[in-house]
Design a binder for this molecule. Sequence first.
Ligand code: NDP
Length: 285
Amino acid sequence: MPAKLIDGKKIAHFYRNSIAEEVKQLKQEGVVPGLAVIQAGENPASQTYVRMKRKTCEEMGIYSVLIEYDDNVSEKELLGKIDQLNQDPSIHGILVQLPLPEGIQTENVIDQISPDKDVDGFHPVNIGRMMIGKDAFLPCTPFGILKMLEYENIQLGGRHAVVVGRSNIVGKPAGQLLLRENATVTYCHSKTENLSSYTKDADILISAAGRAKFIHGNDIKPGAVVIDVGMNRDEDGKLCGDIDFESALDIAGYITPVPGGVGPMTITMLMFNTVKSARRSLLEA
Ligand code: NDP
């Protein structure tokens, strides 16, 4: 039997409805959730992501403002702008689209965002709070994965989760969130020897390596839950994931498509975090 498709668009729609309700409620209480998006440089992929994020804000009644810089922007200028946004009461979330132009230290820029407005969940304070199980803004992609698994009623406790990729924004936090849900977690990365010996043992396999179709059906445990985070181009220039979807479909129990899997959930959780921040600002007022 082919794997059940985890439909990211449908699940995103489900969560977006309740987020939109919360936006309406907040407006009645006098607060319009606001997101500031900073984009530096002319990376076409970044421009697409920014457009999609702002369009979703608009659809959900969230105010968004775009601050654009060219490739020559200085770190000082970016830090100054973030400082200003940190103080702005109409802004509840600040997102800096990555990657930044060469010469700018991403770490310094992320550190400058107030942890209370860090709706991407990248600031060390939020990462630390997540690690110790305290309330935090969770990084949107791993958070979205968790919500997908929850929607599909997939049991995590006691199961072996293998995460391929250990970036600070996807792989590492994805593993931490699964650990929090009592999965037994293994991380794999580019130095892992005999990768397939790990992937074949995964009840839950999350791939966030950015390598087109590099995990095949015969690298997957029959019946496994396969979450494909990768956004790559295949030899024909077509968007594809890390998983060879065709061969995985007959082996996996559940699988996310690319596109239409993790991507829509990432943006949804950004909206969730922005609205959560707006609610917090009201509670603290
Ligand atoms: P990074 O490049 O920062 O990290 C990639 C990770 O994969 C690294 O830890 C690297 O290991 C590991 N890796 C690379 N090659 C291999 C290999 N052959 N075998 C095992 N591990 C490997 O990428 P990101 O985490 O930012 O993104 C990962 C993918 O997810 C990309 O395709 C990106 O486009 C996509 N993405 C999708 C999102 C969505 O919403 N759908 C959101 C964010 C990202 P090492 O640490 O040793 O170098």
